[in-house]
Design a protein around this ligand. Sequence first.
Ligand code: NAD
Ligand code: ZN
Length: 364
Amino acid sequence: MLEHEVKIPAMPETGYQIRIGADILGSLWPEIESSFGKLNKFIVTDENLVSAGHLEKLTGQRNIPTYVIKPAGETSKHINTVISIIEAMEKVKLGRDTLILALGGGTVGDIAGFAAAIFKRGVPVIQIPTTTVSQADSAVGGKTGVDSSISKNAFGAFWHPAAVYIDVATLVTLDERQFRAGLVESVKHAIIADARYFDFLETNLDSILQRKTDVLETIAYKNCRIKGEVVEVDPLEKNQRRMLNYGHTIGHAVEAASGFELLHGEAVAIGIIAAGMIEIEMGLSQPQRLERIRRILEKLEVPVKLPGNLAENQLIEIIKHDKKAVDKWPRFVLVSDIGRVYSQNGQFAVEVSRELVEKILKQL
Ligand SMILES: NC(=O)c1ccc[n+]([C@@H]2O[C@H](COP(=O)([O-])OP(=O)(O)OC[C@H]3O[C@@H](n4cnc5c(N)ncnc54)[C@H](O)[C@@H]3O)[C@@H](O)[C@H]2O)c1
Ligand SMILES: [Zn+2]
């Protein structure tokens, strides 16, 4: 069992423990009872977690009120699901002394976390992530929310979990494409924060892809430590937290332009390659570094080139409307080395000209 604590000096009441292990789901309940015994429990999960047997593993023979999201996935990440969850809690007479347990991937975590943020003006939530995306990214950091019919995460709140429990053995039942795409966030963490972690990923990629739980524990720990430390210094995303956006500005544009045919991690892989090309053009990198990154992504079998049907001008239009854009052009996160984010005047998102981005997109 590995542990990491996230302490947020600016918000001392929001520190939390992250516990990581393999096959821990079945023994979590007594621990949750001993830490949160006074609170009434309510589980939010989705239909795939039920059919994979993970819900039953968590609850055993206990009869815990549960909301099962159907269909699983992004199409359910909207406000009506949050309303149904809140009404389901009211129907079983739950009040402010409720603890919500979010068992599932990022969609369950985001929906349940947002429901927790607004139910009776806020109740605690425990995140129990079960995908490579959620174990690396969404369960830690406190961003919660749901989509509107117009944009992703249009409704949202920062709502830090009361605890995070990561059982890497749950990943064994995850679909192969989802599993691989989610690992791109791990590659991103290594590139922005930890050269030794990058070496570890390179060396252990075969074992990771075979889902050996000891290596999965190590990467879950490294991811939580990296994300946790960034969140600690910048919980509300004023500056440092932007570094987590590495590969994401172009990645988001590619994801949207693909009509969400590409998974988030797959689009971010293309964004990471684009960032590496920009770094070479700006004299921040040599081609060998990009080749190392490309090799790791190719081994994950995620795309490293723009799909032929995506036009550069369509991508430029989307980038212009990036939610972090000022005067219709966003700043970009770049690294000066593997493990070191490039900053200008203390800012971790820097200027890159539109002409350069256009040039890179043409070559991509
Ligand atoms: N809050 C944040 O900081 C943050 C960060 C990154 C992503 N996100 C959000 O996370 C969402 C994506 O999360 P995701 O990639 O985990 O997708 P997801 O939760 O939709 O899970 C993907 C699919 O895998 C299934 N699944 C989950 N765990 C499984 C398991 N162990 N075994 C078998 N099937 C399983 C799900 O039912 C679903 O069908 C997006 O909505 C994204 O916006 C949020
Ligand atoms: Zn991401």
